[in-house]
Ligand binder design. Structure first.
Ligand code: ADP
Ligand code: MG
Length: 140
């Protein structure tokens, strides 16, 4: 399914609608270049899942966990390579059966077994389409 959005709030709303189909254990891989709107879409999804904390890209850690109506994990693998010496079980703290997990820069973690979902995997790609327009492609 492909949708077009024309503002950040429209992308948040789309994230909120997508969140309605999610269940614990599901993993949502969100790709797109810097500034595409990955965090914006995830913020909308988190709000719909009952998360009230600020939702921003995890910068100094690989991930954050939020308390929503269900546990929610938010990972950003942009710096995963820098964490090469860390515990390989790192991702498993976030991608586990009780949590819905959102992953920015999933291609960087391509060979991480933890990205093999504990539940279903939803793939979202966000593309710039000029100014504030974005194309959001969702594949289940
Ligand atoms: P990413 O996580 O992909 O790097 P962010 O969500 O952090 O991107 O940032 C997207 C930026 O683009 C924000 O400043 C947001 O306000 C802006 N923006 C403009 N139009 C849109 C849109 N249609 N959807 C999402 N973000 C948009
Ligand atoms: Mg981001």
């Amino acid at each position: 399914m492909t949708s077009s959005t024309y503002s950040a709030s429209e992308t948040e709303d789309l994230g909120g609608r997508l969140a309605k189909q999610l269940e614990p254990g599901d993993v949502v891989l969100v790709s797109g270049e810097l500034g595409a709107g990955k965090t914006t879409l995830i913020r909308g999804a988190c709000r719909a899942l009952g998360v009230t904390e600020p939702v921003t890209s995890p910068t100094f850690t690989i991930g954050q966990r939020y308390a929503g109506r269900v546990p929610v994990s938010h990972l950003d693998l942009y710096r995963l390579a820098d964490l090469g010496t860390e515990d390989p079980a790192l991702l498993a703290d976030y991608i586990e059966p009780s949590a819905i997990a959102f992953v920015e820069w999933p291609e960087i973690g391509g060979d991480e077994p933890a990205l093999d979902a504990t539940g279903r995997t939803l793939t979202i790609e966000i593309r710039h389409a000029g100014e504030d327009a974005r194309e959001v492609i969702v594949r289940n």
